[in-house]
Write a protein that binds this ligand. Structure first.
Ligand code: SF4
Length: 549
């Protein structure tokens, strides 16, 4: 029997080294005992540290990648299970991952999927709290786990990123004590100023977040938060492992206790306001909402406090939307960039609103790099709606709010669109809505992100996704909202005034229909023109719906 003791729960290099050595030595999976820190069998022979035996060892790259993800799963048998796959691949089963019915492959795939889902939740639901630093950017305090430091963790000689969240935690000798967290009524401004800060200029404040992942995902995810919040000094505390960023170095310490978080949340009010602003009562689906934002995360989400009230008031707000006699478009809000993100390799936010092939498409699109728009944007915003929708609406691109929430048509134009749908007698739950371009194109201007029209190259690059959506749904009618959408749907430059409000034949008995984009209505400066154009827009929607009758 061979005992392998890994350094940490996510010691992938150690596992990989040991798996290679064991396979070359001919140690069968049933003769290997895997553990973390402490050997499970005191009488088992330890794995020698000597160089691995000579020989040829090669396993498919896909298996190595899968193992790197699955090893983060909270499953005591994962090391052994992964070694079984390595053993089989080493003994000739090079294509074992292609056998979707193989029980061991299935189990590892399930573990990896659970890790990916957890990763997505962490990136979406980590909420930083400000710990105001009254002493400037002086020396950082000692690690939060100093009291339990057994020398085993990998904090280097430098101090970690964020210090104690409140008095009572440990301060480095000679360091100016930090004030208790300060409730900041202008949380949005604060976060916006962080987002607008030039690279390299650190925030004078420090930020701490508490998160309870299902799996051991902190180390693998920390670089994402470094990229995202490079100019903040932050700590993410979890029960298993804590990550700290001081603007220069990323360090890790052992797990922490939730009591180390400050009670006050300077940014809570901001999150509540933001969530309320993107909540659309006409589209309330409690099941989908709780699947996207599971209740177990609510206790750490400041915006969760707003949910019961929003649900309670949803019906009356919807009634008001329908009864509102004249158009009063919502004002463009100054929404700062906020730390809500979706990773490129995880389930997109729209997945809860999709089924069948669309989920796979949306997941694939979440990792799209076909044009440069993905980089500054928060996430891919895929379409959403039923897979058998007969009516598809195509807009231009996600806006600021859509980019942050990961869902199409939820901002001011989306809300106006919803209202027009209701007036035209179209149930939004039965239609599919998407955009020609799936990433938000913008120009930073101070604290705001200003919409920039996508160019032909981007529309063409992204057309693969729109065509894939159309191929999967096969809508009888595709309504293009605005010139960009018309170009994407029809494949040519379109003048709205010339082609508006009439059916246009597409391949396969399908039809297209062109009208204006709701954001055009919001931009009209004159109230009379707004009311007139809005009425014409509603009439177009009625006309489009009648083509399906
Ligand atoms: S805008 Fe479209 S093509 Fe460009 S990266 Fe995003 S999804 Fe891909």
């Amino acid at each position: 029997m061979r005992s392998i003791v890994l350094d940490t729960e996510t010691d992938f290099p150690g596992w990989r080294r040991a798996a290679r050595a064991l396979a070359l030595e001919g140690v069968a999976p049933e003769d290997a005992l895997w553990s973390v820190s402490e050997p499970t069998d005191l009488f088992a022979a330890p794995t020698p540290d000597a160089s691995p035996p000579a020989g040829t060892f090669s396993v498919p790259r896909a298996l190595v990648d899968l193992a790197e993800t699955a090893i983060q799963a909270r499953d005591a048998e994962r090391f052994a299970l992964l070694y079984r796959l390595v053993w089989r691949a080493h003994h000739g089963e090079k294509h074992l991952l292609e056998d979707a019915a193989d029980p061991q492959v299935q189990r590892v795939q399930r573990l990896a999927q659970a890790v990916r889902r957890d990763t997505h939740k962490m990136r979406a639901f980590v909420r930083f709290r400000e710990v105001r630093d009254t002493g400037g950017l002086g020396p950082s305090p000692a690690p939060v786990d100093d009291a339990t430091d057994d020398g085993a963790h990998d904090t280097d000689a430098r101090t970690p990123a964020a210090g104690p969240a409140r008095p009572g935690l440990h301060e480095a000798p000679g360091h100016t004590p930090r004030a208790a967290p300060v409730a900041d009524p202008a949380g949005a401004d604060l976060l916006a100023s962080i987002a607008a800060r030039p690279a390299g200029e650190l925030s004078p404040a420090r930020y701490v977040a508490w998160f309870e992942p299902d799996h051991f995902i902190v180390e693998a995810n920390a670089p994402f938060f470094v990229r995202r919040f490079a100019t903040m000094q932050w700590s993410i505390l979890t029960p298993d492992r804590c990550a700290h960023w001081d603007g220069e170095a990323l360090t890790f310490t052992p797990g922490a206790d939730r009591s180390q978080l400050p009670d006050d949340d300077a940014l809570a009010e901001y999150w509540r306001a933001y969530f309320s602003s993107i909540f659309n009562p006409a589209r309330l689906k409690i099941g989908a909402m709780t699947s996207e934002m599971p209740r177990k995360y609510w206790k750490n989400l400041p915006e969760a406090a707003a949910i019961p009230g929003l649900i309670r008031d949803a019906q009356s707000r919807t009634d008001q939307m329908v009864e509102r006699p004249t158009i009063s478009p919502p004002k463009e809000r100054k929404m700062p960039k906020v730390p809500a993100t979706a990773p490129a390799d995880a389930l997109p936010a729209t997945a809860a609103h999709l089924s069948g092939d669309l989920v796979a498409l949306a997941t694939e699109a979440a990792a799209c790099r076909r044009c440069p728009l993905w980089e500054p944007a928060t996430q891919t915003v895929f379409g959403e709606g039923p897979a058998d929708a007969r009516l598809m609406f195509v807009g231009e691109q996600p806006g600021d709010q859509e980019d942050l929430a990961g869902r199409p048509f939820i901002g001011p134009a989306g809300q106006l669109f919803d209202r027009a749908l209701v007036e035209a007698g179209i149930d939004r739950a039965t239609v599919y809505v998407t955009n020609s371009v799936k990433h938000f194109k913008f120009e930073p201007r101070g604290r705001r992100r200003i919409h920039v029209k996508p160019g032909a190259t981007e529309i063409n690059a992204c057309n693969v996704w729109l065509q894939a959506e159309r191929a999967a749904i096969k809508p009888a009618l595709t309504v293009a909202l605005g010139a960009t959408a018309a170009r994407a749907v029809l494949g040519r430059t379109v003048t709205i005034g010339r082609e508006r409000s009439r059916p246009i034949a597409l391949d396969g008995n399908a039809q297209a229909f062109v009208t204006v984009h709701p954001s055009y209505l919001l931009r009209l400066p004159d109230e009379d023109a707004k009311a007139r154009e809005y009425a014409a827009f509603v009439e177009d929607l009625r006309h489009a719906a009648s083509l399906l009758a």
